[in-house]
Design a protein around this ligand. Structure first.
Ligand code: GDG
Length: 501
């Protein structure tokens, strides 16, 4: 049998109905529909990290094709087998926009926005998770490895284990896992923990997230947890071990480095600065327009610096890209109104005919343009109030092939655990944030270089391929342990200690 780590050089025509030894399951397939039968790759680090593995193992990717109601047969795309899961208009509204993005997302980001709890949304979440689990179970070969992704699919590990006890299951959680005091609000807190514990390896961004999860399991279910190992009682009276551990995600650092070296991208960076009137300092923020990203806090600090004349609009411009996101969810509509009102006020108060305080762009841009913007920015502002990792911080660092530029980074991002040479901020402390922005603008070039060198080394040495390798390494260890003791990974209850704490 082929394992995900073995390379199959054969380039035969793909049988899209065959079973797969390696299966990725995520809410979205890694493609967007661009025509009736045409698909375009959707950009993102996850595809870059997993594609080689899927291609080399003849693996499959199970996910929603991104449009409600469409039914599509499995198809091949760039050497990957894609298995579409259909979501109806109701599913999108209740499961995706509702439970995923208006219950779990705000709850897991420390209730920055109040989560809504609706039983109808939960029912849809269960129904759609069952559909994903069935699709994964149908495509997985005997003893396959299945890697499930993110908060939309927290019930899939358990559902899949019930359908297919032979497969090894990994789950990676891309967003924070909150402290128990917050998590405990969730009316379905027990079912969600049980869902996740169906996995053999449960990966989180930060050590703190894995700790919060283990504590929730102890408090809610009473299972014994020790150094990232959780002893989970099984239906037949045995016990198996699930691992809960941090695997900080990263980016394809080499791809950003390569783009930043391209002469056309560098020319574009110069052009961007010129079109801003060649200010002494370009500040830059790029985020999905999401209330977790602290865009309002950033604008408040910047607006006050201008008002107090600590910054001058003829010297400094803030470029803020706010890419459209979840536009049908009410909290996001409200956020957009608030941000745009604030931007309008600040610009109205401080712009001159020739200079603008904030160049606000509510668009998504191609990756080349993003890298040109990173190269044009003297100071990168990442002020998230809570963020699983924050890839933008890493992308900025990877793009700074010139070795300077300053990253201002919120301590509430996963990235802050790794990018310790950034200027660290608590975005709730507006005075502290203002001081940090001024420190970054005034930072001597030698210090910028010293810090950037360390930041770049970190991102280069821990890229997204490294991330997926270490996760899959732990999954492979589970498989090997099962193979070597010839069991399905569970121990008999007899002879094992009581697992209830
Ligand atoms: C979730 C977690 C975790 C944004 N605008 C444009 C654009 N982007 C790209 C960025 C970056 C990605 O989107 C955003 O990633 P983040 O990590 O910053 O944030 P989330 O979208 O919230 O991602 C997060 C991540 O999952 C991975 O595990 O880090 O904590 O919340 O890559 O560059 N890309 C392009 N044009 C845009 O306008 N091309």
């Amino acid at each position: 049998m082929r394992r995900p780590t073995e390379v199959d050089a054969e380039n035969s025509i793909m049988d899209t109905t065959a079973e797969a030894d390696f299966v990725v399951v995520s809410n979205r397939l890694p493609v967007d529909r661009s025509g009736d039968d045409e698909w375009r790759r959707s950009p993102g680090g996850l595809v870059a990290a997993l594609e080689p593995m899927i291609q080399s193992t003849g693996g499959a990717w199970v996910g929603w094709p991104g449009q409600p109601g469409i039914e599509v047969e499995p198809f091949e795309f760039d050497g990957m087998r894609l298995v579409p899961v259909t979501l109806s208009t109701d599913d999108v509204e209740l499961f995706y926009e509702g439970f995923s993005n208006d219950t779990i997302w705000p709850l897991y980001h420390d209730v920055i926005s109040p989560p809504a709890y609706h039983r109808e949304w939960w029912d849809a979440y269960v129904r759609v998770n069952e559909r994903f689990a069935r699709a994964a179970a149908a495509v997985a070969a005997p003893d396959a490895t299945v890697w499930v992704h993110d908060y939309q699919l927290q019930l899939v590990p358990r559902l899949l284990r019930e359908l297919r006890p032979d497969v090894v299951i990994g789950y990676f959680h891309h967003i924070p896992f909150p402290a128990y005091g917050i998590y405990a609000q969730l009316p379905w807190r027990t079912q969600v923990l049980e869902g996740l514990l169906g996995a053999d390896v449960i990966g989180f961004q930060r050590v703190a997230d894995a700790g919060n999860f283990a504590r929730a399991v102890r408090r809610r279910l009473g299972f014994e947890t020790k150094a990232g190992s959780i002893r989970v009682p099984t239906a037949d009276g045995g016990v198996r071990t699930a691992i809960a551990k941090a695997y900080p995600i990263s980016i394809d650092a080499a791809a950003y480095d390569e783009l930043a070296r391209r002469p056309d991208v560098q020319a574009r960076a110069r052009e961007i600065r010129e079109s801003l009137g060649d200010p002494k300092t370009v500040l830059f923020g790029v985020d999905r327009l999401d209330y977790t990203k602290g865009i309002g806090h950033r604008l408040k600090a910047y607006g006050e610096l201008l008002r107090e004349h600590r910054l001058d609009v003829t010297d400094v411009t803030l470029v803020q890209v706010a890419s459209p996101s979840r536009e049908r969810v009410a909290a996001y509509m409200q956020l957009r109104d608030e941000i745009e009102l604030t931007v309008g006020r600040i610009n109205g108060d401080h712009d001159t005919v020739g200079h603008t305080a904030i160049r606000y762009l509510h668009h998504a841009y191609p990756r080349e343009e993003m890298v040109a913007l990173y190269l044009a920015a003297d100071v990168m502002l990442v002020t998230a109030l809570r963020d699983g990792m924050n890839l933008v911080a890493k992308e900025y660092v990877a793009s700074r092939i010139d070795g300077w530029g300053v990253l201002v980074l919120s301590e509430f991002t996963g990235a802050a655990d790794e990018l310790t040479q950034a200027v660290r901020v608590n975005p709730h402390d507006i005075d502290g944030l203002k001081d940090a922005i001024v420190t970054a603008i005034d930072m001597p070039v030698t210090e910028q270089r010293r810090r950037m060198r360390a930041l770049r080394r970190r991102v280069r040495d821990h890229d997204v391929a490294d991330w997926s390798r270490s996760f899959l390494h732990d999954l492979t260890a589970v498989r090997e342990a099962r193979d070597s003791d010839g069991t399905d990974g569970t121990e008999d209850a007899e002879g094992t200690e009581d697992t209830r704490a």
